[in-house]
Write a protein that binds this ligand. Structure first.
Ligand SMILES: Cc1cc2nc3c(=O)[nH]c(=O)nc-3n(C[C@H](O)[C@H](O)[C@H](O)COP(=O)(O)OP(=O)(O)OC[C@H]3O[C@@H](n4cnc5c(N)ncnc54)[C@H](O)[C@@H]3O)c2cc1C
Length: 434
């Protein structure tokens, strides 16, 4: 039995390293790793697919991820902020309201308590969209001051047009006591599963996928441009350099790309796939001629005067990712593939970033010694109100064809590295017959 794995990102590589059968990975790019790739250029190491940290609620998976980089690892205690009206507020925002101007803090607390009381009294009807969920869970103050503008920016989509089921497990309901403490300036922490996080000392997040790749490198074909996929007695994958035959096909590539290679996709399935929504990422890598910018790991920016939504201060993750006496920032924007922002030239994007960073008081343009723009077409799955209907139709069709789907844009789910690894291990077990 030979399995063909489409895509050599974290998911494809994890499946490969856990299979007992013969297999081959077909990767479109000249290198594996997908969103977990990193580069080192002029002494600066950056993650290409946005800032990545190693964390998980699942201890076994966390240990697995840490084992990929062995001793090449640093543990950090999160120090993350939200830049609000020129001041840095502790993240998550609800745990930082004591750092807001007094009247804003009181406004957030009053509405949080009133929403919590309404919930307790059973006054809430189940929220029908993400925006309603934010109002019900955090109250009008926190929702309107931070959550709604930030989510509008990162999703590049109206929260009132987004579904709610994906968020319930992801963003926990904060305890009332914590928010009162936070108002009283007594330190509390939210999202505690991510409070301590890990990062490779050298080589960026790619150190994880590089380790997986090194175990199976002879089974990987890179620079593969697939042109057609068909099922005869075996799965036949046609590409620019030839044809591969597999008994089993596992796809970790974006689901709409997979369907594009198949001839027999019904119109309604293709339409459902085309109606799935996702965001693209522009990641601007910045080197700074200063040994320290601040002590933060990352900062969220919800204000609309700049287009970027998150700044990753990568040199605070590991001292080894910059040359001596320099520091670095990765500046993230989300946009739609091929929209106005995506199509801006690198110079225009860099100019926007430099003037934005200066305006926000983060660094001055004259201190910048390195800049590079990196774009990722597939970055975030958007759970719009038709998501469930569309993804079910698409995945049911692929299941009926017998193609196994695994990974962030294949299952088309908001999956972090831990969820991809878990899903990949489960897939390998299924193929192995465990
Ligand atoms: C901005 C951002 C920040 C993130 N931060 C974190 C974080 O801090 N911690 C965390 O745990 N997770 C984070 N993630 C999530 C993490 O990146 C993903 O969960 C994980 O990398 C997905 O791996 P994958 O293999 O499923 O998909 P991908 O990484 O997308 O890999 C898919 C692979 O398939 C290849 N491919 C695509 N099309 C084809 C084709 N037609 N033919 C052949 N090959 C193809 C691609 O080149 C790629 O190598 C973040 C994601 C983003 C976007």
């Amino acid at each position: 039995m030979k399995a063909g794995i489409l895509g050599g990102g974290l998911t494809g590589l994890t499946i490969g390293t856990h299979l007992n059968h013969d297999f081959e990975i077909l990767e479109k790019n000249k290198e594996c790793g997908g969103l977990c790739r990193s580069i080192t250029d002029q002494g600066f190491t950056f993650d290409l697919g946005g800032g990545h940290i190693i964390f998980s609620r699942d201890n076994d998976i966390l240990e697995f991820m840490k084992s990929l980089v062995k001793d090449n690892i640093i543990e950090n205690k999160r120090n993350t902020k939200i830049l609000h009206k020129g001041r840095y507020v502790k993240y998550p925002f609800e745990n930082g309201i004591g750092e807001l101007p007094e009247e804003d803090a009181l406004h957030c607390l009053t509405h949080f308590l009133s929403a919590a009381n309404d919930k307790k009294a059973g006054k809430h009807t189940p929220p029908s969209n993400f925006e309603e969920w934010m109002y019900q869970t955090f109250g009008k103050g926190i929702a309107e001051m931070y959550l709604i503008p930030y989510n509008k920016k990162i999703w590049n989509f109206e929260p009132s047009k987004m579904a709610v089921d994906w968020v319930i497990d992801r963003i926990p309901q904060p305890p009332v006591e914590d928010i009162i403490k936070s108002f009283l300036k007594i330190e509390t922490e939210g999202y505690t599963h991510q409070l301590n996080f890990f990062y490779p000392r050298d080589g960026g997040i790619a150190s994880t996928v590089n380790h997986l790749e090194s175990k199976i490198s002879e089974k990987i074909k890179k620079n593969i441009n697939i042109t057609k996929i068909e099922k005869k007695d075996k799965w036949i994958v046609h590409h620019d350099n030839g044809v591969e035959k597999y008994d089993k096909l596992i796809s970790t590539i974006p689901v709409m790309e997979l369907l594009g290679y198949m001839d027999d996709v019904p119109e309604d399935v293709m339409k459902a796939a085309n109606d799935l929504k996702y965001n693209s990422l522009i990641n601007v890598l910045i080197g700074v001629n200063k040994s320290k910018i601040n002590d933060f790991h990352w900062t969220y920016i919800h204000e609309e005067d700049v287009k970027f939504n998150r700044l990753i201060f990568l040199s605070n993750y590991s001292p080894n990712v910059t040359p001596e006496n320099k520091s670095s920032i990765a500046v993230e924007f989300t946009c739609n593939f091929n929209d106005e922002m995506w199509n801006k030239s690198d110079d225009e994007i860099i100019n926007h970033v430099l003037s934005g960073l200066e305006r926000k008081g983060i660094v001055n343009a004259e201190d910048i010694c390195y800049s590079k723009v990196v774009k990722s077409k597939y970055a975030y799955v958007i759970y719009d109100l038709d998501y469930k209907k569309n993804i079910e139709k698409v995945l049911n069709f692929l299941e009926s064809k017998g193609i196994e789907m695994c990974g962030r844009f294949s299952e088309f789910k908001y999956m972090n590295m831990d969820a991809c690894i878990k899903s990949a291990m489960k897939m390998a077990n299924k193929i192995n017959g465990v």
